[in-house]
Design a protein around this ligand. Structure first.
Ligand SMILES: [Mg+2]
Length: 460
């Protein structure tokens, strides 16, 4: 059924946006109940550290995300400043997604603590959207012990703005509970979005805000009053049209699931069998390098690399190696693959060679409102911790085969893999660029037919 409201916004879909309240800080308070009610901030503790997440008690003092922690301390002398523990936040994020997936498989993670859900088809199971939002809010509270805010509307734009409006507020006398869930029906969309400042819209940064202000639009309603042509002239065709549509509550972006592929790999069948070890080694290195790059391209890290080999008599064998910690670099993949090849008898000739990566986990998702810490601004000890944690591979998996703690990026590599952290990521990019330059984009393709993981992009 399609309900068309007075504002002309079609109610064909119901999209929910869920956003945990003060996520990192709330997780820390949950873990250390003695902190409850105190102004807590998670952020860099060094001289140039910034606030990544602030509890509402801290916000009462004017403390905000992205603020230098020194300034936060001056605003609030009793501030409790904690260094981030990303692997902990990943565990909660994984638990959150477990709850979300109970309602619909159409879940799009935007950040560790933020997701869109398309619940258009969930009415029969869970009732109307308002009921779904209330159930979801209750279950997140029960299972994670944390508060969240949920917005619902006919599209992502409205759902996102609604969850923001549902947030707790900070007044002079302290934090106040927000409504926690807010449902905006199609007929109410324009009344809801028009008072909102233009910079709340997707894609409107400081430069666009200034241009729009000069056109006389500081609110979404004022933006809607401008002719589309004026916006196209001021901002370009794509941005102008998009903003015009958004200002009228129209947003066609789908909720895209971020279900990951099970494995990524590449294999080659040779026109004539190859028995020469050096030749097979060379081909293996190229393939492993490409697969590593493809893993990176999909925003994943891999725990396991598998070598597949088919002999001239069609006998097929596979050998797998599980890393102590998830990897993405070409060298880590080809070193492991080559070591496995080394163990095999190749004298009868090989007709097929393949490399694949599995045990895939998403890399650190976009932190959204919780800004990334200025890693290079931290003292070395903190930097080590934060980098190790920042490289953490999404929701931690079960303990690794080599006994490494689940999801933790160890900086000491028992199996001699190249180091993790920023430098290794950069090396991986460079290696990948080189491979692409030599062999082209088509050198790599996913082994499975599962759709690739879309890049999560937060709304503004
Ligand atoms: Mg949040």
């Amino acid at each position: 059924m399609t309900v068309v409201g007075e504002g002309g916004v079609d109610q064909q879909r119901w999209v929910l946006h869920i956003d945990m309240d003060a996520f990192y800080a709330s997780v820390e308070v949950k873990e250390q109940p003695v902190l409850r009610g105190r102004p807590v901030v998670v952020g860099g503790t060094g001289p140039r550290g910034v606030v990544a997440s602030a509890s509402y008690e801290a916000r009462v003092f004017g403390v905000r995300s992205a603020m230098p922690t020194g300034q936060a301390r001056r605003l609030c002398p009793e501030l409790v400043l904690l260094p981030p523990r990303f692997s902990l936040y990943h565990r909660y994020s994984e638990q959150l997604h477990g709850v979300l997936n109970c309602f619909t498989p159409l879940v799009e993670g935007v950040a560790l603590d933020e997701a869109f859900l398309d619940v258009s088809g969930c009415g029969a199971l869970f009732g109307p959207p308002a009921e779904i939002a209330v159930q979801l809010h209750r279950r997140v509270g029960d299972e994670l012990g944390l508060a969240c805010s949920i917005g619902a509307g006919p599209n992502k734009l409205v759902a996102k703005l609604a969850s923001k409006a549902a947030k707790p507020k900070v007044g002079a006398r302290g934090p106040r509970l927000g409504p926690a869930t807010l449902i905006v029906d199609a007929p109410d969309v324009l009344g809801f979005i028009w008072p909102v400042p233009v910079e709340a819209l997707w894609g409107v940064g400081p430069a666009s805000t200034e241009r729009l202000r000069r056109l006389g639009a500081t609110t979404v309603g004022e933006l809607a009053a401008l002719p589309e042509g004026a916006l196209v002239t001021a901002l370009g065709k794509a941005a102008g049209r998009l903003l015009h549509a958004l200002s009228w509550g129209r947003d066609t972006r789908p909720v895209t699931t971020d279900r990951a592929p099970k494995s990524i790999g590449h294999e080659e069948t040779y026109p004539t069998d190859i028995a020469e070890r050096g030749e097979l080694h060379r081909r293996l290195v190229v393939m492993a390098d490409s697969v590593a790059g493809s893993v990176r391209d999909q925003g994943m890290v891999a725990r396991t690399v598998t070598l597949k080999l088919r002999y001239s008599d069609f006998a097929t064998i596979t050998r797998s190696h599980t890393f102590a910690s998830p990897q993405t670099t070409g060298p880590s993949f080809w070193t492991a693959a080559a070591a496995m090849l080394e163990e095999l008898d190749l004298r009868n000739g090989v007709r097929l060679l393949g490399v694949s990566a599995s045990g895939l986990l998403p890399t650190e998702s976009s932190p959204g409102e919780q800004l990334q810490l200025a890693l290079d601004a931290m003292p070395p000890a903190e930097r080590r911790e934060a980098e190790g944690a920042a490289g953490d591979a999404g929701p931690p998996a079960a303990p690794g085969a080599n006994g490494a703690p689940g999801g933790t990026m160890s900086r000491q590599r028992p199996d001699g893999e190249p180091g993790s952290g920023q430098a290794a990521w950069e090396r991986a990019s460079e290696a990948m660029d080189a491979v692409r330059a030599r062999f082209g984009e088509a050198a790599v393709r996913p082994a499975t037919t599962v759709e690739p993981r879309p890049v999560a992009r937060p709304l503004r």
